[in-house]
Every structure is written in structure tokens, then in C-alpha cells.
Write a protein that binds this ligand. Structure first.
Ligand code: KIV
Length: 263
């Protein structure tokens, strides 16, 4: 992949080639990930893995814009997705105003919002106003306080039916792709087969059109809570711990800086 990923390309990948998505919140990691992934999500998960908060709900538009601007400076090839913060798309007018801000103040290629059929009218309004919208269904982290915790969805027939209806409603409203989080794999598979837009799974099994993970989980930096679906591709926390210990002890013992690192 040598050119910038476009929405058209992502949509054509459905059923042909898996879409690789990861979160990033800064220019440094965006530049490392850029050549290897199709989509960089500036997720509101940054409120937890960057800002250290308990959930995603406290992040603001200003904060998301700041981080997305940083990502966009180095994301030359990947498609950049802006995550709309909690409370910024509660009605059509507010959603459009904030989505336009996201477009005008960052280089993001699309926005993402959480919700199913209850958000279809808002999604339609955004898409009618030239905003590309990714939906996010199943486990919706912004609902954690309302639901009293995180729980896997689609465990019974009624729930499964409701999630599939959500997916269909969002596609009809003009969503360009869907994130499916924390659902039983058979539900994600059924949605992926029924929709013509790509599905990106997180804790939703292998049959989605692509996968997304939060970078700090993926590389072993966030070990306070590790859901079953997270595979760590690096023990980053341990490696950095060893490195900082070595640095600290070399400074204390005046081993660093030696001649090699001095003018
Ligand atoms: O904010 C985020 O990182 C997300 C992913 C979990 C999909 O929404």
C-alpha cells in the first residue's frame, strides 16, 4: 500500500482482504503504524489508556481534536477515523456541528459514533451532509455507566435479533462501515454476511471484514484489565520497565553519559 487508503478502497476490501485497524493517539505511534495498517482510529479509549481514567466518558471534543491533529500529521497512508466523544451527538444539530468541527479542525477521513437503530436518524443526517460515518454496535463502551458495566452482547436470540436490526438500520441510514464490539461470533458473522458495508470486529470473532485493537492492549502496556479478546503482540510494559531501570541505575552510578555520549 503506497497511497493513502480511501473509503472506496476500504469498502472494496469487504470479502476480499481483511481490514487492519488499530488505535493511536499521537504522532509517534501513528508514524510507526501508518505503513502497516489500513485504518488508524483515534478512539475515545484514549481517556483510559492515555489519560488514565476509569472509562471513556470524560473526553471532550477539544481533546479528541488535539489528538487527531497529532495522528493526522504522521498518518500519510492510513485512513484516519475520529471517535465522537460521549454526549457530542445526542441530536441531529449537535451531531452535525461537532462532526463538521472534527472534519474542519483535523484531517480525519470519517467519524465514528456508538449506537444502533436509535441513532439511525442522526447517522442519516450526517451522511446527507457529506460526513462519512462508521457505526459502533454491540458492546458500546459509552454506555458503561448506564448499563452498570461491560457485558458481552448477543448471548440470546432476542439480543442477537436486536443487534442485527441495529446493523441493518445503520447501513440503511448511510453508515459506511460498522465496528462490532463484544458480541458472540455467530452474530458478527450473520451481520457481516447480511450487510454490504465492511464490518470491523473487536471481540467479535474472526468472520468480520477486519479487526481493530487498542494499541496499548496490543503491545502489553495496559494490563489493569485484559479482556479475553485481547492478544498482546509485545510485552511492552516489561520491556520499558527494564529499560527505565537500566537508565536510572546508569544515571545514579554515573555510568551515563560516558565519553561516547558527551561532546
Ligand atoms: O475508542 C476505541 O478505541 C474504540 C475501539 C474499542 C473500537 O472505540
Amino acid at each position: 500500500m503506497n497511497t493513502k487508503r480511501t473509503l472506496t478502497q476500504l469498502q472494496k476490501m469487504k470479502g476480499q482482504e481483511k481490514i487492519v485497524m488499530i488505535t493511536a493517539y499521537d504522532a509517534l505511534f501513528a508514524s510507526i503504524f501508518d505503513k502497516h495498517v489500513d485504518v488508524i482510529l483515534v478512539g475515545d479509549s484514549l481517556n483510559m489508556s492515555f489519560a488514565g481514567k476509569e472509562d471513556t466518558l470524560g473526553v471532550t471534543m477539544d481533546q479528541m481534536i488535539y489528538h487527531t491533529q497529532a495522528v493526522c500529521t504522521k498518518a500519510k497512508k492510513s485512513f484516519v477515523l475520529f471517535d465522537m466523544p460521549f454526549g457530542t451527538y445526542t441530536d441531529k444539530k449537535q451531531a452535525l456541528k461537532n462532526a463538521i468541527r472534527a472534519y474542519q479542525e483535523t484531517g480525519a477521513d470519517a467519524i465514528k459514533l456508538e449506537g444502533g437503530k436509535e441513532k439511525a436518524k442522526i447517522v442519516k443526517h450526517l451522511t446527507q451532509n457529506a460526513i462519512a460515518v462508521f457505526g459502533h454496535i454491540g458492546l458500546k463502551p459509552q454506555s458503561v455507566r448506564a448499563e452498570g458495566g461491560y457485558s458481552i452482547k448477543g448471548k440470546n436470540e432476542e439480543d442477537k435479533k436486536a443487534i442485527i436490526e441495529d446493523a441493518i438500520a445503520l447501513e440503511k441510514a448511510g453508515a459506511v462501515a460498522l465496528i462490532i464490539e463484544g458480541v458472540k461470533p455467530d452474530v458478527a458473522k450473520a451481520i457481516t454476511q447480511q450487510l454490504s458495508i465492511p464490518t470491523i470486529g473487536i471481540g467479535a470473532g474472526v468472520d468480520c471484514d477486519g479487526q481493530v485493537l487498542v494499541w496499548s492492549d496490543t503491545f502489553g502496556f495496559f494490563d489493569e484489565f485484559m479482556p479475553k479478546f485481547v492478544k498482546s503482540y509485545l510485552n511492552g510494559g516489561e520491556q520499558i520497565t527494564q529499560a527505565i531501570q537500566t537508565y536510572a541505575s546508569e544515571v545514579k552510578s554515573a555510568q551515563f553519559p560516558d565519553e561516547k555520549y558527551s561532546y
